[in-house]
Design a binder for this molecule. Structure first.
Ligand SMILES: Nc1ncnc2c1ncn2[C@@H]1O[C@H](COP(=O)(O)OP(=O)(O)OP(=O)(O)O)[C@@H](O)[C@H]1O
Length: 352
């Protein structure tokens, strides 16, 4: 079953100057109990789409439904029982402790006075434990690290007990271990608690490894949706990052910088040593091509598990070293003293 559905949705803003359309013709479904990452370049309208799904913005056209109910027809209270929202830029109550913040998640269920029952207190405690922030429950939110604050906000969303949690860039400002920890926490909420998650992120590699599904938002194009692997097979990322200096490497499943190549060098060998050498040379605008026997300057990779590199010139080694840095430096020196024609004019045919 799908927890959320977009049909022919147009998002945008009604401003004093008129209507500003951001995205149009969006069709997508969000399967229950899965983690979906919404990806797109800066300014493509990810946050605008999230705000529309959460009911903060009215669709300019088309429909959004959550748990089978049209969002436009729901009150704020009804929405708060269906969707919990974690926004990075939202200012929470100053001086609140973690416990007080998380207990705010119970407000859709508390009465007019907002008084918590024993069930509410227990649910908030459980949410803090599940989000891994229980040990900080007495601390003020402002005294937390960025990663801990994110966990506290996730605990508040959990305490809200909604079938859908929407997060806008929950991994922004976090270092890699903290980003991975937050993504793993969100994944475990999907698999252990059956929560559905929709989040935006600029963490492409993490999203590819952790998300069940991706939504790719691009200007003036339909929303592309699917599992990361199916989207790789469809080459969906190439179009998304065309002309952006990033390319998707189908061999590694990772995004790579598109280096402007000015030179090339022949390399004989493969394995981890080759991968590292190729990276280091690419940074300097030198593309590796296959060794065909005719090149004057080339690199011979000897050994697979413990690679050693020989920089060869006219069949003689200029340098033999296990250090990629030294080898690259030797190649640059050799190229500087070689006739230009020998290493310019990169040929696409020869690329390995
Ligand atoms: N309140 C607003 N009124 C009018 N236009 C707005 C408003 N908020 C955002 N926009 C515009 O909507 C467009 C999309 O912004 P949005 O924040 O949704 O993009 P985004 O994909 O989330 O970007 P980022 O990755 O940088 O966070 C931008 O051109 C932005 O200027």
């Amino acid at each position: 079953m799908d927890i959320c559905q977009l049909s022919h949705l147009t998002t945008g803003y009604r401003t004093g100057q008129g209507v500003k359309t951001i995205s149009q013709g969006l069709d997508a479904t969000l399967p229950s109990g899965q983690m979906t990452c919404l990806l797109g370049a800066n300014g493509t309208g990810k946050s605008t789409l999230l705000r529309t799904i959460c009911g903060f913005l009215k669709p300019l056209c088309g429909h959004v439904s959550v748990a089978g109910r049209e969002v436009a027809g729901l009150s704020a209270r009804e929405m708060s029982r269906l969707v919990a929202v974690v926004l990075t830029d939202r200012v929470e109550i100053p001086n609140a402790t973690v416990t007080e913040l998380v207990q705010l998640g119970r407000s859709p269920y508390t009465g007019f006075m907002g008084r918590l029952g024993s069930d509410d207190v227990a649910i908030a405690c459980r949410a803090m434990q599940q989000a891994g922030i229980w040990h900080k429950r007495h601390q003020t939110v402002t005294s937390l690290s960025d990663g801990e604050r994110q966990k506290a906000l996730i605990a508040k969303a959990l305490a809200q007990e909604t079938p859908l949690i929407v997060l806008d860039e929950p991994t922004a400002f976090l270092d890699l271990p903290a980003r991975v920890e937050i993504m793993q926490l969100l994944r475990s909420l999907c698999s252990d608690k059956g929560v559905s998650i929709l989040m935006t992120t600029h963490d492409l590699d993490l999203a590819l490894q952790m998300a069940d599904r991706l939504w790719l938002l691009q200007p003036d194009r339909p929303l592309v949706t699917g599992s990361p692997e199916d989207l790789m097979l469809q080459d969906a990322f190439a179009a998304m990052f065309a002309q952006s200096g990033i390319e998707f490497d189908i061999r590694t499943g990772l995004f790579q910088i598109q280096h402007p190549y000015r030179h090339h060098i022949a390399v004989k060998g493969h394995g981890f040593g080759y991968v590292l050498l190729r990276r280091a040379l690419a940074r300097l605008g030198i593309r590796t091509v296959g060794y065909g026997g005719g090149q004057a300057l080339w690199i011979d990779i000897r050994g697979i598990d413990v690679p050693e590199f020989a920089v060869m010139y006219d069949a003689h080694p200029l340098l033999v070293s296990p250090s990629v840095e030294r080898v690259v430096s030797q190649v640059v020196d050799a190229m500087a003293s070689m006739p230009m024609a020998k290493h310019m004019n990169v040929s696409n045919d020869a690329i390995i």
